[in-house]
Design a protein around this ligand. Structure first.
Ligand SMILES: Cc1cc2nc3c(=O)[nH]c(=O)nc-3n(C[C@H](O)[C@H](O)[C@H](O)COP(=O)(O)OP(=O)(O)OC[C@H]3O[C@@H](n4cnc5c(N)ncnc54)[C@H](O)[C@@H]3O)c2cc1C
Length: 382
């Protein structure tokens, strides 16, 4: 990148009256493409994506999210939706239902394909290499942010499995099943049953360090055997990910961020897809009234603060995790749970969650957090 374009990042140079602002987005992932797909709503801006040098090849995976008014297009493209979902522990199960806010599973390649088509129709170009950013009025960076050492991570490996006989209940997505090895920290299975014979089964941990592949594989095969009596299955697809949980510095402090590099990842859950769409909705609405394009952290300060306390508890007392999530699942109905995880909680709902939690671990977590003995308070972000 040249010093020339760096000095123009995020600001408008004096521009002739009706000249369209040249906007360059570094990256061609979820956030960049989701924005590019809506170029027809940003007629004062001329949007180009730049696939950065060193960008890894795109791989498919599933985005899970709760249907919400701003997610209708994505929801229509989902491979599957569930109106029932559960949280399972050795001590019991919380089953939640929602008629209006199903949990949806969308293939990344379906969404990015849709976005690329819509972007092309809207006149967006996608360049490879960093050179095309030189003449930009504004630059936004969607490359992944750096992850400080010791940060809590959500890390997982998932297998899409196919069984010769019916074993799964396709009516109910299992968001968390804690009946797996808890020796490395908070660990659960996430199971999306696409049919009675096909499911995505992920071994997921919230800890500061990733595990060898073999650990997740053993967790999945052991779980399928123990809970479904399934030992003989075909692996159709594998997906893996490491999502940082917490406040992250921007990739380049001189370039405004978007997507995960713009604070869109929800620290307590790792969900980012719905928040990226929200971030773009807000940016387009603000551009309509101000003429300026910019991207804000799409979370409320109070939610980031509550996330920071929860993450502190999960880091220091991970053995409490199954109980905490079970209590939350039992206290909320499906709509409330979807709203809470989807970042749409109001004060009564937040209070309901707080009241459902055991107080002692959270008080201890708060003291740790305020005393600075936990890593980086998440609330710094907002
Ligand atoms: C496997 C997986 C599953 C996920 N599941 C969910 C889910 O179910 N629900 C949910 O809400 N969120 C989920 N997430 C989190 C989040 O939605 C995604 O990470 C999302 O893609 C973030 O969008 P983004 O545009 O910020 O980053 P990306 O989509 O990752 O785009 C980043 C851009 O930077 C480029 N880039 C990457 N590395 C480099 C590099 N080293 N140098 C230069 N360029 C680089 C990429 O090529 C891309 O162009 C998941 C993440 C992963 C990895």
């Amino acid at each position: 990148m040249t010093a020339g374009f760096m000095s123009r990042c995020g600001g408008f140079p004096m521009s002739p009256e009706a000249r369209r602002q040249k906007v360059r987005i570094l990256g061609d992932g979820c956030a960049a493409l989701s924005l590019a797909a809506r170029a027809d709503e940003l007629t004062a801006h001329d949007i180009h994506l730049v696939r950065p040098d060193g960008a890894p090849p795109e791989t498919d995976h599933i985005w899970g999210f709760w249907d919400a008014p701003g997610l209708k297009v994505a929801s229509r493209m989902a491979r599957a939706k569930w109106h029932r979902w559960s949280i399972v522990t050795e001590g019991g199960e919380a089953l939640m239902l929602s008629a209006t806010r199903p949990y949806a599973a969308l293939h990344r390649r379906d969404w990015t394909g849709h976005c690329r088509d819509a972007a092309a129709r809207g006149g967006v170009t996608i360049d490879t290499g960093g050179s095309a950013v030189d003449d930009a009025d504004q630059i936004f960076d969607s490359r992944p942010p750096p992850v400080p050492g010791g940060l809590m991570l959500q890390h997982f490996l998932g297998l899409e499995v196919r069984s010769a006989h019916a074993v799964f209940d396709p009516s109910t997505a299992i968001l968390m099943d804690f009946r797996v090895d808890q020796s490395r920290g908070m660990h659960f299975i996430y199971l999306l049953p696409f049919s009675a014979t096909e499911a995505l089964v992920e071994s997921t941990l919230f800890t500061p360090s990733v595990c060898p592949d073999d650990f997740y594989h053993r967790a999945i095969t052991g779980y399928l055997d123990k809970c479904y009596g399934l030992t003989d299955f075909e692996t159709v697809r594998t997906e893996r990910g490491v999502i940082p949980l917490g406040t992250l510095p921007r990739r380049d402090p001189a370039i405004p961020g978007i997507g995960g590099n713009g604070g869109a990842i929800r620290p307590s859950s790792g969900y980012a897809f719905p928040f990226i769409q929200k971030q773009i909705d807000l940016a387009i609405a603000a551009e309509r009234s101000s003429g300026t394009l910019g991207f804000q952290v799409p979370h409320r300060k109070i939610d980031l603060w509550m996330d920071a306390v929860l993450l502190t508890v999960l880091r220091h007392w991970p053995e409490r995790a199954p109980e905490l999530f079970l209590r939350m699942g039992r206290a909320l109905d499906g709509d409330e749970f979807a709203r809470f995880l989807g970042g749409e909680a109001d004060w009564p709902l937040r209070l309901k969650v707080v009241m459902a939690m055991p107080k002692w671990p959270f008080l201890r977590g708060l003291v740790r957090m305020l005393g600075g003995t936990s890593r980086r308070p998440v609330a710094e972000a907002a």
